[in-house]
Write a protein that binds this ligand. Structure first.
Ligand SMILES: NC(=O)C1=CN([C@@H]2O[C@H](COP(=O)(O)OP(=O)(O)OC[C@H]3O[C@@H](n4cnc5c(N)ncnc54)[C@H](O)[C@@H]3O)[C@@H](O)[C@H]2O)[C@@H](O)CC1
Ligand SMILES: [K+]
Length: 222
């Protein structure tokens, strides 16, 4: 079986697949656009139809998981939602995330985590803090943001984690419960599940796991 056909891949294998897809003509920036666009569609399909103008907060880290978050924020805003973007660790650091940040910066409200703590009433919270690049344990900024997301979740928001609930390493195989993580209602992962999604003791952190196609299989089949 080819790597791109596997249902579950490690974070390292995922990086390999992205490199191969890029070499086959599906650029990293296109993969991010596909990931965020598809995630926004899945979010819209899964919230109660009775909400007329949904309010969403998108928490973005400074890597490419945050970049996916900026694409989601743009897509939900284009769909008529009221959207705020929360910069958890300041401005984005990777090229593709920066590009997508510039596309929303002047269009939707951007705030830091402290300012976000004084807001509320969200129907949807998107967790785009950490994905496959996360290792070890949460540090202060991440930890505070994770607690805030979970607070909004307890209030009324549906929480959607992009790729992996922030706080959990993608290759997680420990039998201990993690110390702290986003508790998602839905985890939207890209291309294939990562080992953490198959972990039987983590279903209360993962919620429903949905795999979103971002074009990698098609690019590699050719
Ligand atoms: N171009 C690509 O490679 C694509 C990546 N995608 C997204 O990008 C994600 C991976 O992006 P990145 O590799 O930029 O990494 P992440 O965005 O997952 O992580 C961001 C940063 O967190 C730091 N970090 C790691 N452990 C930490 C800890 N314990 N405390 C605080 N900071 C920590 C890392 O050094 C990294 O700079 C995927 O999960 C997916 O969501 C998708 O956009 C598809 C295309
Ligand atoms: K995440």
């Amino acid at each position: 079986m080819e790597l791109y056909e596997k249902e579950t891949v490690t974070c390292e294998e995922m990086k390999k697949l992205e490199r191969a897809a890029d070499a086959a003509g599906l650029s990293y920036s296109r993969m991010m656009e596909n990931a965020g666009t598809r995630a926004a569609e899945i979010i819209r399909e899964n919230i109660p139809k009775s909400i007329e103008k949904p309010r969403a907060a998108v928490f973005c880290g400074k890597g490419n998981n945050g970049g996916d978050g900026f694409v989601v924020a743009r897509r939900l805003s284009e769909a008529g939602w009221s959207v705020v973007a929360v910069l958890v660790e300041g401005e984005p650091a990777t090229e593709d995330a920066k590009k997508n940040y510039l596309l929303i910066r002047d269009r939707i409200e951007v705030m830091n985590r402290r300012a976000a703590a004084a807001t509320g009433g969200y129907d949807v919270v998107v967790d785009a803090i950490y994905g496959t690049g996360f290792h070890g344990n949460l540090k202060d900024e991440g930890l505070n943001a994770v607690e805030l997301i979970n607070k909004f979740g307890y209030q009324k928001a549906d929480v959607f984690s992009l790729d992996i609930p922030s706080g959990l390493p993608g290759d997680y195989d420990d039998w201990k419960e993690p110390e702290k993580s986003v508790m998602a209602d839905y985890t939207i992962t890209f291309h294939a599940k990562k080992p953490v999604h198959d972990h039987r003791r983590l279903s209360n952190f993962l919620g429903d796991v949905i795999v979103a196609d971002i074009g990698i299989a098609e690019a590699l089949r050719k």
